[in-house]
Design a protein around this ligand. Sequence first.
Ligand code: PGA
Length: 259
Amino acid sequence: MSTSANKKKLVIGNWKMNGSSAANAALLRGLLPVISSFERVEIALCPPYPYLATVADLLDDSDVVLGAQNLSTELSGAHTGEVSGSMLGDIGCRFVLVGHSERRALYGEDDACVAKKFATALQAGLIPVLCVGETLAQRQSGETQTVVTTQLHAVLKAVGIDELAKGVIAYEPVWAIGTGETATPEQAQAVHRHIRQWLADHDCVAADCRILYGGSVKADNAERLFNQPDIDGGLIGGASLDAMSFAAICEAAQAKPTI
Ligand code: PGA
């Protein structure tokens, strides 16, 4: 099974529930001039809903693309407070996160809900970024691979392998998110390898699928993570709120020039 070491990597900034009009503008003023010269990495930003349209405008002249952090399971209609995939597409989103561990843990999103959101995102023409990962207790009891496989399987059952392969997968160990504790490159690579093998076992061109790592990726650990053969980029939370840190992470993800 070939891996994807030579593919352009993808780095996604997940701002979570942070920012303000002024803070976002300042962040982009610091960030865009630096990252706009990075042609060997794909970069996306996921601001909170209220700022999507403004950030879309600010990104207009750059290659950085827009993503959202969530979407409704429903397409339209009487769902007060929800935002549909087609609305996100309408204002310029390319990506949308689904199944982030904070949505699963704090907002009761189970595998069925996540699978529905994944399907709805594809229907709206968005690229879903499916987040999977184990808790510390699950890792300590040796369940990491089973947990990840179960989360993937729920989406497979709902949409089939061809549709699943149109998305991006983000492996985010729950114990590493926002904790400052990162999976070692070897720990992350082992799970990424498992995911790619699982994809291959389901008859998909596994080397073409992008599998991101997320969980306390910082400027000083990004390169070692991104150098792993099955890590195709990162989903970055805290460090995406600091222009210089996020720029350094994007730089670390740039494909090495071929000579
Ligand atoms: P973190 O968050 O980089 O702050 O750990 C990652 C994420 O939740 O996507």
